[in-house]
Design a protein around this ligand. Sequence first.
Ligand SMILES: *Cc1c(COP(=O)(O)O)cnc(C)c1O
Length: 381
Amino acid sequence: MNTKDMKPATLAAQAGGVIDPQSGGVVVPIQPSTTFVRGQDYAPLNSANTYARDHNDTARIAEEVLAQLEGAADALLFPSGMAAIAALFRTVPNGGAVIVQSGIYWGTTKWIRDFCARREITCHEVDASDADALDALSNDVTAHIVWIETPSNPWLKTVDIARAASAAKKAGALLAVDNTAATPVLSQPLALGADIVMHSATKAINGHSDVLAGVLCTKAQDKVWEMIAEDRATAGAVIGPFEAWLLLRGMRTLPLRVKEMCRNAEKVAAYLADHPRVTEVLYPGLASHQGHAVAARQMAGGFGFLMSFCVKGSREDALAVAGRLKLFHRATSLGGVESLVEHRHTIEPHTGIPETLLRISVGIEDAGDLIDDLAQALGQS
Ligand SMILES: *Cc1c(COP(=O)(O)O)cnc(C)c1O
């Protein structure tokens, strides 16, 4: 069967159908070599490999699986999500311009602002979940990149990817989508008109909170993509072979994990939405959510595992709820098999995050156990 015809569950479970040709193993080996031998004629024994900064078979196989999952022409792995973002933005010339969604992952916003200031790049920030606002800006300015994140972290705003793609075209920009919170299982931005998809593979793609990795996937192997690949090879922001191998292992269960996390998250969101001590639940799966209609259209099979909710009362009340949770670990990050809770205001107090907001990443534990934990932490009143 051609991998093009395979559904994500099949692609992932079989790691793209690759077996180890040497041993016949159904799992590919880790290739740790940093250098590769040349023959007597001085030609490399294997024409694909001379030096590990750009040549590693294990990373290549992981990239193939990721490209297949995203329906991409090519994928490149990086040692973290931020390294992937930096590689893309380094293609913008000094004095250029970018359009960036406001209220997204704080690490992205902070790095892009600093980078743009250093390189005299104009950074237009806009609430891209308001498609009209993004449209209006794109009529007025030209840019190299439009950067969106949907659902966004930690506000869970939904951006209409197809509309953002046409806005980007008007601004003469390519559309790049941070697809971390949706995963390729729920959302395929390239099919909706995006040019580049980025993931913090540290999150659900690996799924076990034990690998730091990032990836860029491209619709076309064009000039910008060549620049990114060249920059990675020469500047050296590459993933190690063991991390690439762990990613391959984690991805085998990606569709299974995401499906269960979405099922759990829907139950948790419904429980929280009904709770008298919860004033607001931000989750695209709720019919009351700002972006529910768009999310229902562009996400398939679920609305993700990430949500935020506001506790009635003060900052101290929210922190006390987080403190009483027994199953949800109080830790940053998201997308792992274990559920996590975070008080984002402690991390980014200056971004307008409510002091009473708790962000949770729902794992694959029993949904009833998770709800019981939230119930005891919130109190029944
Ligand atoms: C974690 C995260 C990143 C950054 O990725 P790292 O792997 O931590 O460098 C970027 N975007 C989103 C949405 C994230 O959650």
